[in-house]
Design a protein around this ligand. Structure first.
Ligand code: DGP
Length: 117
């Protein structure tokens, strides 16, 4: 499991990989998922390394709120507010978490009647 020094999403969030950010804030960045599951599929990621939702601490409350606000901002910028959108967090193997840096999936642009994945 990746630590901060060896983490793909830490590298993306730092800007080191040149990934285009759809939106960003002091504590989080948003960029397109490389394997989109919907016409619009954006990941919202804290700049700080947190491996999973379960690892959030009380000191992270401001950052956690910022993740949610940025997810809604992404949905607005992607034009998803009228049709609606879904925000998903996978935590652990059974949920299908593959990248061990906390991230919110923002999905929209089609009917999302079935569970993600
Ligand atoms: P999860 O299964 O919740 O851990 O989702 C991880 C997502 O990360 C998955 O939908 C694919 C995406 N992903 C993996 N590697 C990269 C990458 O290098 N760049 C981008 N933009 N997305 C990636």
């Amino acid at each position: 499991m990746a630590d901060a020094a060896n983490c793909l999403f830490c590298a993306i969030a730092s800007g080191a990989l040149g990934t285009e950010f759809i939106a960003e804030s002091d504590r989080a960045v948003a960029f397109r998922d490389i394997q989109p599951q919907a016409p619009s599929h954006v990941l919202v990621v804290p700049r700080q390394h947190v491996a999973a939702l379960r690892d959030l601490e009380p000191d992270d409350d401001v950052m956690a709120a910022e993740l949610l606000r940025l997810a809604a901002e992404v949905a607005r910028r992607e034009g998803l507010l009228a049709g609606g959108y879904r925000v998903v967090i996978n935590d652990g193997d059974d949920a299908g978490q593959t990248v061990h840096h906390l991230h919110l999936h923002v999905l929209g642009g089609r009917k999302l009647n079935e569970p993600l994945g």
